[in-house]
Write a protein that binds this ligand. Structure first.
Ligand code: GLU
Length: 548
């Protein structure tokens, strides 16, 4: 076709497209940002919720934009109607809001580079495709589904590369007359790329995570515009990220194989390429095998899971930071007074292969997170969580605020603060003994130890010896003395040397008290618990133990 004919064709196909590329280039000028500022974007389909993998992606987007004083925007990618659900956009905002991942530009707050939803950008895509058609890089393809299926079958039999390219792209050289005839017959068509590539040549890109990657050049005549005139992902990605001035395309590495196509589209459209940051899939280990985290099989793949089970959002974000950069966790453990915002994330510390999503590790990080929080804050957050998810417990907490905070405060200071809470729901479990109305006889059955303890000995100790006003050392020396006076060794070592001389050692007496007043073999510092409970309540519990 001559250039004149191509112009005529473009007018025939796009009679309503009157704007030009220049119009859009002017409308969306370079962003006015400081050197090194990154512009990132999150492009979810409006499926109604954010999956853990895409939450991780949006977390990366926001982190890199924020730390470079750049821009992070949200673009709703609704070109595939099958993936759209009613109120799908709202669901995405809800999940992002919950994690405080707030885009600077979006359908909600607007911005100078909108519309931020692809279905409202059709005219833009068509303007660029019209131009490509004039240049000879795009053509209408009338192939029917059966024809495409027959080609595929033939390619499978001949074991050649699948797809519409070269000789298989039968409509790429139709004459203007032939096209006019088909249009007159109202034959349906898509617009395909007329690929100038040759698979014998190589393209190379330098991915920020994966480093240099080489591919054969693209020679596929892929679809640019579907039958209804809406774009495919590939076309929309290239045009949008150009016009919205994305500097770093951070996306899942399932897109790596599309790189040669995207490079070609950037080239023929005359756009500068952004940097690519392909992130490894989030995986899970199951029965020894590694697979992708699945929203169907894994409850933790849904971001609403964390609120339901009571893992604080900030702890999940800390975990995302540990999978984002391999050096984050060590830094976090070494810097007790710092937050995520104080860390500088880099691409070279990102995983190249799969990133294992490990709930145990998340729990550990969450324990560290809780251990650094003030008791009052742990109380308030647990209360807010309980109001939503466990109203009965919320009432109990409200009625026992003062005591609860004291219990939560045990062993909080020092180099090795207590790390027993990973979720808000753990507070109920771990501090069940803290609240009288929750402390019932069944506690003793539920919480281990089949041993029978001597209640009269312990009662004697509580009534006659225990002084709750003294300091920890004094308390311990008096209980040791009590032990010696009653046939117990004053240390485990002493007992071990001559077990036949003793009924047990001081630790056994502490264990008896601990079991009677907490129902457990393990608890935070015993004397602190006793101090908070006070003698009367301690005696009530011993009574309860006796009568169980
Ligand atoms: N809409 C694409 C997806 O959901 C976004 C990919 C990208 O970030 O480029 O996979």
């Amino acid at each position: 076709m001559t250039e004149e004919e191509r112009k005529e064709l473009a007018e025939l196909i796009f009679p309503n497209i009157t704007k030009t590329r220049d119009y859009y280039e002017e409308k969306y000028p370079e962003r006015n940002l400081e050197e090194g500022a990154m512009v990132t974007r999150f492009g979810p389909s409006p499926t109604g919720f954010v999956h853990m993998g895409s939450l991780f992606g949006s977390f990366c987007d926001s982190v890199f934009a924020k730390q470079s004083n750049g821009v992070f925007f949200l673009r709703i990618e609704d070109t595939d109607q099958k993936r759209s659900v009613e109120n799908g956009i709202e669901g995405i905002f809800n999940d992002l809001d919950a994690f405080e991942i707030i885009p600077d530009e979006s359908t909600r707050v607007g911005g100078a580079y909108g519309p931020y939803i692809q279905s409202e950008r059709t005219e833009i895509y068509q303007t660029y495709v019209k131009d490509l058609m004039i240049q000879g890089y795009a053509y209408p393809c009338f192939m029917k589904e059966e024809e495409i299926a027959a080609i595929r079958e033939e390619q499978e039999i001949n074991k050649t590369k699948l797809g519409i390219y070269g000789v298989y792209a039968v409509d790429r050289d139709l004459s203007l007359e032939e096209i006019k005839e088909k249009l007159a017959n109202q034959e349906e068509y898509v617009i395909r790329l007329k690929s100038p590539g040759n698979a014998k040549n190589e393209v190379e890109i330098n991915d920020c995570v994966k480093g240099k990657i080489k591919f054969p050049e693209n020679d596929m005549d892929i679809v640019l515009l579907k039958k209804d005139g809406t774009p495919t992902y590939h076309l929309a990605h290239v045009i949008d990220d150009h016009l919205m001035h994305t500097t770093h395309v951070i996306r899942g590495d399932e897109w790596v194989s599309s790189i040669p196509l995207h490079v070609q589209l950037f080239q023929i459209l005359g756009f500068q390429m952004p940097e690519y940051v392909h992130t490894a899939a989030i995986t899970k280990k199951e029965d020894g095998a590694i697979r992708k985290l699945s929203k169907r099989k894994d409850p933790e793949a849904k971001v609403s899971y964390y609120d339901e089970v009571g893992i604080p959002i900030d702890a999940v974000k800390l975990y995302l930071a540990t999978i984002l950069n391999s050096n984050f966790e060590e830094w976090y453990l070494q810097n007790p007074d710092k937050t995520i915002n104080d860390f500088t994330f880099t691409f070279d510390k990102m995983a190249i292969g799969g990133t294992l999503f490990d709930l145990d590790k998340l729990n550990n990080i969450s324990k560290t997170y809780f251990s650094r929080k003030k008791a009052e804050d742990v109380f308030q957050e647990t209360l807010s969580w309980a109001v939503k998810h466990d109203s009965e417990y919320a009432e109990i907490l409200k009625n026992n605020q003062e005591d609860m905070i004291k219990f939560l405060n045990i062993e909080k200071d020092g180099d090795r603060p207590r790390k027993d809470i990973a979720k808000y729901s753990d507070v109920k479990e771990e501090f069940s003994y803290a609240i009288d109305s929750m402390f019932k006889e069944e506690h003793y059955q539920k919480n281990e130890s089949q041993k029978e303890y001597d209640t009269s000995l312990i009662k004697e100790y509580i009534n006659d010896i225990l002084d709750l006003e003294v300091d920890n050392d004094t308390w311990f020396s008096t209980i040791k003395e009590f032990a010696s006076n009653h046939g117990y060794a004053s240390s485990p070592k002493e007992y071990k040397n001559n077990p036949e001389n003793y009924k047990g050692h001081v630790g056994d007496i502490c264990e008896a008290i601990r079991v009677m007043i907490t129902g457990r073999l393990k608890s935070p510092d015993l004397f602190s618990i006793m101090k908070i409970l006070g003698k009367d309540r301690i005696l009530e519990r011993i009574e309860l133990y006796e009568n169980r």
